[in-house]
Design a protein around this ligand. Sequence first.
Ligand SMILES: Cc1cc2nc3c(=O)[nH]c(=O)nc-3n(C[C@H](O)[C@H](O)[C@H](O)COP(=O)(O)OP(=O)(O)OC[C@H]3O[C@@H](n4cnc5c(N)ncnc54)[C@H](O)[C@@H]3O)c2cc1C
Length: 505
Amino acid sequence: MQQPFRIIIAGGGTAGWMTAAAISSLYKDRSCFQITLIESEEIGSVGVGEATLPSIKSFNDQLGINEAEMMRRTQGTFKLGIQFTNWGKRGASYIHPFGVYGSLQNSSDFYQYWTQLSSKKAQADISKYSFAVQMAERNLFKFPTKNPENIESTASYAYHFDAALYAAYLRELSETAGVVRINGVIEAVNNDFDSGNITSLLLRSGQQLEGDFFIDCSGFRSLLLHKTLKAEFEDWSNWLLCDRAVALQSEQPYEIPPYTRSIAKEAGWQWRIPLQRRAGNGYVYCSHMISDEQAHESLQSELPGKALTEPRFIKFKAGRYKKSWQKNCVAIGLSSGFLEPLESTSIYLIHIGIVCLLRLFPIPQSGQKDYSNLSDEYNRLIDNEYERIRDFLILHYHLNDRTDSELWRHCRSMKVPESLTKKIDLFTRRGYSESFKYGLFSTPSWLAVFNGQGLSQKGVDPFVSALPLEYLESTLAEVSSLIEQGLVGASTHRQFVAQYCGIQI
Ligand SMILES: Cc1cc2nc3c(=O)[nH]c(=O)nc-3n(C[C@H](O)[C@H](O)[C@H](O)COP(=O)(O)OP(=O)(O)OC[C@H]3O[C@@H](n4cnc5c(N)ncnc54)[C@H](O)[C@@H]3O)c2cc1C
């Protein structure tokens, strides 16, 4: 009888359990695919990572997860975007929404319409023409419709949830699907002398776990990819200077905003993530500019309610491993890199890592153990994602008029990656922003930050400047009126979550 293909997942945080749940749902026959996950209750998980991006919904849908049940089990709330306060300049605020500006019929040109009109006479801010922003600012929530004619189809949403509860939920699904979980500490990783492939993990208990394919989900420790296979780290901390965070949970005020908050501070920024019955908070800061105690004090002074937990300090370095799939091992999650949580991209990167891995999965058809062709393509796809996200994050720091602290002065004048310089130039010249079919971030996201942080375009797309002003004016007026009509009768976010999940909040 043929041996089953043995997949070993090292680590059981969000990355480990998302990976286990996804692989076990696609490869169901345990006599062919054996999946074992090792996690250590003693070590625990990073314990943060509660704001997501809209693609998480498709991940959950693929697993057949019932949304209301998942939200009930994880203290879930809806997220329509991120509100950035004091970014760009102190006192300013804007929302980076999920979804597009204008209606779906005119969304690709809408920003240009608005810019052209604004150059002729004063207009309301572009955010007035985003259904997602208008819902968010009024604390309302409604599901997007599928009908592209309807303005309500222009918004999209993600979730805030308790990361530990989400991992526990996925663990339940995975174990039901036959994933074997071992609680133990990995003490050594063995590899084959000739091929370099990993062969087994040795646990502190003395148990040896042999495998054919290994997935490193061990978090910042990167036990397999970095410590064993010596993957090279590409350090981006010269652009993304924050290297520490202090996190704690607090009471959540009565109203639950349907968006994450990011408040820029002297040495970094503070997050506020509203869950059903508590809030997640943290200060991400640059340790050269402020001490841990100062960061904690600053966080504590701006909590939305009473602190419920002790502060937790986390160190990190922005960057990623150049090749997150090497030999018979792929790293998913923090073990493959981390770019700081400003745009909630880590869980997204886990999801994309899983999707790419499954597309290129090394099915043992011929007993072939050379995976280099598969891994090259995987690494190319993941590289693209990381680099685009990196540029987008740097943009937030770079585009600022703040003079109040070293961090902001430094970031404004620093030399950014050439790829970002080009994006800024294209936008400034013509309001042009690169669009692509897959991956982050698409045009409306770039527009939100360019506009929200005060970068204006000098020229307008000539196809738009040739249009009669009356036409542009009537388009904007129509969108604005459709948005107002769409919001009539919408529930508050709090009411919506309570009703949808069938709970009292
Ligand atoms: C400050 C901060 C804020 C963040 N906010 C967000 C956010 O809002 N949105 C978002 O998408 N992402 C966010 N992230 C990232 C997010 O936390 C992670 O992407 C996510 O939690 C996945 O982590 P992980 O599973 O890779 O690692 P971890 O959660 O650290 O899990 C590692 C696992 O490996 C196990 N392990 C490690 N060593 C051993 C060993 N020797 N033996 C056995 N087991 C071992 C641990 O027990 C654990 O189970 C944030 C990260 C930080 C640092």
